[in-house]
Design a protein around this ligand. Structure first.
Ligand code: BGC
Length: 385
């Protein structure tokens, strides 16, 4: 299938112009390729060495990923005038990650987002999970995939530099059944996309729901709040949640509510009208409008930062996306230059299956069975207007 054909689904969804112009007019590559660089990034408290891989594409865009948590630590993207800045929250040292961050850039699993009461029943057996969000389970538990050291290897890809991370999650880890072999491949394509491909197999039935938890600020890390970013989300429904952000099971329309981003809208335009909290803000799973793209990534969201002109499009094979506006950032963490990460310093677009799917048979299933392979792809595509 041609690239144009591949993105026709996205065009049907919304914002056709952006998808077509990126597909038909790719930026002209600069000649020299930069090899993937590997460097030591520190050692965990248990004495395990952590490495940092630097990916540079033909246009000079840079992504840094480390083996601790298979985490994206930096992403340098040019603005309309060609000036690159790092647009994700994160650090240039391992220590702040070991001290604890709210999942900055991390790979989240075995099951991202919340599982009510930190338990579920599968094939008649009840499994108790680690409770790390009050009585509930969040982002894989106390020591989720974001806090383990992954193996890494550079892989050859025709589209741009790539690094593949692998991890064997043991049977019973954080309460989950079965050994899970999981891989996450980051590719920085020469079309200025950060592409993330996930795969996994298990030897027993288990829930799985992987995502990346990057916090974006398209004006630059530490440059203030994201309330002026203009967001469009390809969804007219969301999963309703209770006061602890656990889905009630209802799928409700967003039209006419503060959650409606079907047309381009500033994040800050109605954020204070979002019910719930404190803290007030977006922390909700959108039910993405899907076309018949046969499992290919489809456009889920588009973001424009008006001052820099930077744009980001999110494409995914996943049925849902958690739009989170950094509501819980309270200034206690500071960036590498001492700038406090306060509320709304960044936003996340976590592509995923719906939260707490193990308790809602009507939601798309998160159960992986032996003999099947879990696959998921998300693309963050950058440009400028
Ligand atoms: C959740 C938030 C949580 C944040 C950091 C998001 O995916 O939906 O409620 O605070 O992750 O843990």
């Amino acid at each position: 299938m041609t690239r144009l054909g591949r993105f026709a689904g996205a065009c049907l969804t919304f914002g056709c112009l952006a998808a077509v112009s990126a597909a038909t007019l790719p930026p002209q590559p600069k000649p020299a390729a930069t090899p993937v660089q590997k460097a030591p990034f520190g050692t965990t408290k248990e004495g395990v060495a952590v490495d940092l891989y630097t990916l540079t594409n033909h246009h000079g865009m840079v992504a840094k990923v480390m083996t601790y948590g298979a985490t994206l630590t930096e992403l340098h993207v040019e603005d309309a005038s060609g000036k690159p800045v790092n647009i994700v929250l994160g650090y240039d040292r391992l220590e702040p990650y070991l001290a604890g961050t709210p999942y900055f850039g991390a790979t989240v699993g075995r099951v991202g987002n919340r599982i009510a009461r930190a338990e579920f029943t599968l094939d008649g057996k009840t499994y108790k999970l680690a409770a790390n969000d009050g009585p509930n389970h969040l982002h894989g538990g106390v020591k989720g995939f974001d806090k383990v050291v992954w193996r890494a290897e550079e892989v050859k890809s025709p589209t741009g530099p790539a690094v593949k991370f692998t991890y064997r999650s043991p049977d019973g880890e954080e309460g989950y059944p079965g050994t899970l072999d999981v891989s996450v491949t980051y590719t920085l394509t020469d079309a200025n996309e950060l592409r993330i491909d996930y795969r996994a197999v298990a030897d027993k039935p288990t829930p799985i729901n992987l995502t990346n938890h990057s916090y974006f600020n398209l004006a630059g890390d530490g440059s203030g709040d994201i309330l002026g970013h203009i967001v469009t989300i390809a969804a007219d429904k969301m999963t309703k949640v209770d006061e602890r952000l656990i889905p009630t099971g209802e799928i409700v329309p967003v039209k006419g509510t503060p959650w409606d981003f079907d047309t381009p809208t500033a994040i800050g335009a109605r954020i204070k009208q979002v019910p719930g909290g404190p803290p007030v803000g977006y922390d909700h799973n959108y039910v993405l409008r899907k076309t018949d793209a046969k499992g290919l990534p489809e456009l889920a969201a588009r973001v424009v930062e008006p001052k820099s002109g930077r744009t980001m499009e999110v494409l995914t094979t996943e049925p849902g996306m958690q739009f989170y506006t950094g509501n819980f950032l309270d200034g206690s963490l500071k960036n590498r230059n001492g700038v406090p990460y306060t509320q709304y310093s960044a936003f996340c677009m976590e592509t995923q299956h719906f939260p707490d799917s193990v308790h809602h048979p009507a939601f798309p299933s998160t159960i992986l069975r032996p003999g099947s392979e879990y696959t998921s792809t998300t693309i963050y595509r950058f440009g400028h207007q």
